[in-house]
Design a protein around this ligand. Structure first.
Ligand SMILES: *Cc1c(COP(=O)(O)O)cnc(C)c1O
Length: 381
């Protein structure tokens, strides 16, 4: 077997066919029926895989290359990042159970808990993302999972994950690690049971693919997630896996550009009168900057700002004046985006009246992006 490599070299070299004359990437092996070599192997159930729901060599090569990012024991691919959150929550849920969800979680997670889990009799408590070791006060005998996300969606709070994981004891901690991309934050190495990824973002990198991954450390939890995945009929097409693997080939290199350009834009924003605050954990002005420095090794291209105005119409004029930034959901692609947002928070109310906008800094020339922002401020004044 080929050696597993790390970093950008791993992106490029892992999970490739190694024998004979061959294409660089694993071929797309699509199949529902998998033919067995002979009837005895079929009847003795001895084959390494039996049906399309078991995946294929296309899937396994990609899963191995993804697992390497966080040194995960196993990876389950899902059709979206959202499924990578809901699948492990369902797999760990128990009758009469209780889940703890960070108040800053990706929005649809909240709708899943308030809808599907609530209908199954599973109660949700949303906790302050800044609670740290005080999470202990929320843990009950029936608590079956704790979901963290750092930085938080839209508002970019950095959670004290080591303190939360320690206080959680035997309760499995799940971390949505989409922002860290498996590169800048390693929750499994901190003791989290599960690291969740929307591969839709930086792994795909081209805004044309939806996929998620559940990475597990502990084998008992991994078995539960695999079993739930099989029984829910969760499988992604081999052609999509091939596309995701193609994205992963360049991920570390793309992230370097997203990171540098986002810092340049964030610092430019900090010097502008139109901006009240820049919510970027890599800036010393961020309230949890020290925790970020301790736990993360870098930053991606996503951050928010709070404008110096509360007038919605001015936001609309600003966003519509932008030529290079699109307005639309998701992020992690090659193109820049600006999305106005109003966070839903229940553990600690969001009382900010000034306008919040989230920026994804793409791979365009950063001088062009800054010139575009500059002209949009002027046009919306
Ligand atoms: C986008 C996103 C998701 C959901 O991913 P989809 O592939 O769009 O379903 C989950 N978590 C975070 C933090 C995200 O930004």
């Amino acid at each position: 077997m080929a050696r597993i490599r790390q970093g950008a070299t791993g992106d490029a070299h892992n999970g490739r066919p190694t024998e004979g004359q061959r294409p660089v990437n694993p071929p797309i092996e699509a199949g529902s029926t998998i033919l067995f070599t002979d009837c005895r192997t079929f009847m003795d159930r001895k084959a390494s895989y039996a049906y399309g729901t078991d995946g294929s060599p296309t899937h396994w090569a990609f899963e191995e290359n993804l697992a390497r990012l966080e040194n995960a024991d196993s990876v389950v691919l899902t059709p979206s990042g959202l499924t990578a959150i809901t699948l492990p929550l369902l797999a760990l849920a128990k009758k009469g159970g209780h889940v703890l969800i960070t108040d800053s979680a990706y929005g649809p997670t909240r709708q899943f808990c308030d809808g599907v889990l609530s209908n199954l009799g599973i109660e949700t408590t949303y906790f302050d993302p800044l609670c740290g070791a005080d999470i202990a006060a929320h843990i009950r005998p029936e608590t079956c999972a704790i979901l963290c996300e750092s930085p938080g969606s839209l508002t970019f709070e950095i959670q004290d994950l080591p303190a939360i994981i320690k206080a959680a004891g035997d309760v499995p901690v799940l971390v949505d690690n989409t922002w860290g991309a498996g590169v800048y934050l390693k929750p499994l190495e901190m003791g989290a049971a599960i690291s969740i990824h929307a591969l839709t973002k930086y792994v795909s990198g081209h805004s044309d693919l939806l996929m998620g991954a559940v990475m597990c450390r502990d084998s008992g939890i991994s078995a539960k997630v695999h079993s739930a995945s099989q029984l829910l009929g969760n499988i992604v097409p081999a052609a999509d896996v091939s596309l995701a693997h193609r994205g992963l080939r360049t991920m570390h290199r793309r992230l370097e550009v997203h990171e540098q350009s986002a810092y340049a834009v964030a610092r430019w924003f900090e010097a502008r009168d139109e901006i009240a605050a820049v919510l970027h954990p890599g800036l010393p002005s961020h309230p949890q900057h020290e925790i970020w420095r301790r736990d993360f090794t870098g930053a991606c291209g996503l951050f928010s700002i709070i404008a110096d105005w509360s007038d919605r119409e001015r936001t609309i004029a600003f966003v519509d004046a932008l030529e290079l930034f699109g307005v639309g959901y998701s992020w992690g692609g090659f193109e820049s985006l600006c999305t106005p947002a109003s966070p839903t928070r229940t553990a600690r109310a969001w009382t900010e009246e000034r306008q919040l906008m989230r920026f994804h800094i793409g791979l365009e020339d950063v001088d062009d992006l800054i010139a575009d922002l500059d002209q949009a401020f002027a046009a919306s004044r």
